[in-house]
Design a protein around this ligand. Structure first.
Ligand code: SF4
Length: 327
């Protein structure tokens, strides 16, 4: 199956007064058409930076892609012009941010905001674009009469629905959702996930769901990439990642052990010891070694390779060094 998105050896840095932040360090990732990839890791693992790199939206001038390649539909997008990237963002790849107000214009009615994107994309007349905007509002469960309201007249959950309507109005091939439900309360979160799942199926959109919530991954994703210190440490089908008996990266094991299990009584929650590494001063070798219960001498000296432990399931850890290396 041909990939829609293919990232190879991506390295991204931020140059700040506090030093060079190594946000993404040689990351490999792919997304197939119609697939939903869960991109999981703690804050600061490089998830959002990866997303911003795909869209060419890294903060300027601090953020910079140092090396690597991002291919979209087989075409390198890292060296596209700003004009081309604006077009790609309008037509092919949309992003939903955590805080809906980042993407909404406070002085424009929500109907006009949805219609604006549609007009640019579909070259429709103002009236037709407005009609389609009303349909989009209905699709995300908002009464079309509310098209003439402004963002501040909506609750947090409703604002995020508007953002989703804007993101989907242009029929993107790839939707990147960055913690889209984190700012919402729990009941609304569940509704939003249902809505996104439904819309994704309806529109055949591929999706990257950035989250630190394994419950969301279980709910909505096909594939999972576990991210640690700017790299993917484990990648595979959701079923493989969620099956405890399968081989796993020690960090993945730690992540799953730290979720409360409501079905089984547990002695205590295991927390991964130590802190996430300082991205201006990453540990040598395997970046997880200061926190890893299995670390051996080699771990602090040598960066582990991506190894295929079973078809389509890769882990980057020296414990699996006798398995096949993948690129
Ligand atoms: Fe732990 Fe070593 Fe594997 Fe890193 S390479 S996760 S330190 S065992």
């Amino acid at each position: 199956k041909k990939n829609l998105l293919e990232i190879r050896d991506l390295t991204v840095e931020y140059h700040t007064n506090g030093g060079v932040v190594h946000a993404v360090n040689g990351l490999n990732l792919e997304v197939a058409p119609k697939e939903t990839l869960g991109f999981v890791g703690e804050t600061g693992a490089g998830k959002t930076t990866t997303a911003l790199s795909i869209l060419n939206l890294l903060p300027h001038p601090q953020g910079k892609v140092i090396s690597g390649s991002i291919k979209y539909n087989g075409e390198e997008i890292l060296n596209k012009s700003n004009k081309d990237m604006t077009r790609i963002r309008g037509e092919k790849i949309s992003m939903i941010f955590q805080d809906p107000m980042t993407s909404l214009n406070p002085v424009m009615t929500v109907g006009d905001q949805i219609a604006e994107g549609i007009r640019l994309h579909d070259h429709l007349s103002k009236a037709d674009a407005h009609k389609k905007a009303l349909e989009m509002l209905k699709t995300v469960g908002i009464r079309p009469e509310r098209a003439s309201d402004y963002p501040h007249q909506f609750s947090g959950g409703m604002k995020q629905r508007v953002v989703i309507a804007i993101a989907l109005a242009c029929n993107p091939e790839l939707l990147i959702a960055d913690e889209p439900t984190t700012a919402l309360d729990v009941t609304i979160q569940a509704q939003m996930l249902e809505l996104m799942k439904g819309l994704k199926d309806q529109y055949d959109t591929s999706m990257i769901m950035i989250t630190h919530d394994l419950g969301i991954v279980a709910e909505i994703c096909d594939k999972v990439a576990i991210m640690y210190a700017g790299n993917v440490v484990e990648y595979g089908d959701k079923v493989d990642i969620f099956t405890p008996e399968k081989p796993h990266h020690p960090y993945t094991v730690g992540l799953f052990d730290s979720i409360p299990d409501i079905y089984h009584e547990q002695e205590e929650l295991k927390i991964i010891k130590g802190l996430t590494p300082d991205p201006t001063d990453l540990p040598s070798g395997c970046t997880f070694h200061p926190r890893c219960p299995y670390a051996c001498e080699k771990c602090s000296k040598q960066m582990p390779k991506h190894l295929e432990v079973e078809p389509g399931h890769t882990i980057s850890c020296h414990r699996f060094d006798d398995t096949k290396e993948v690129k």
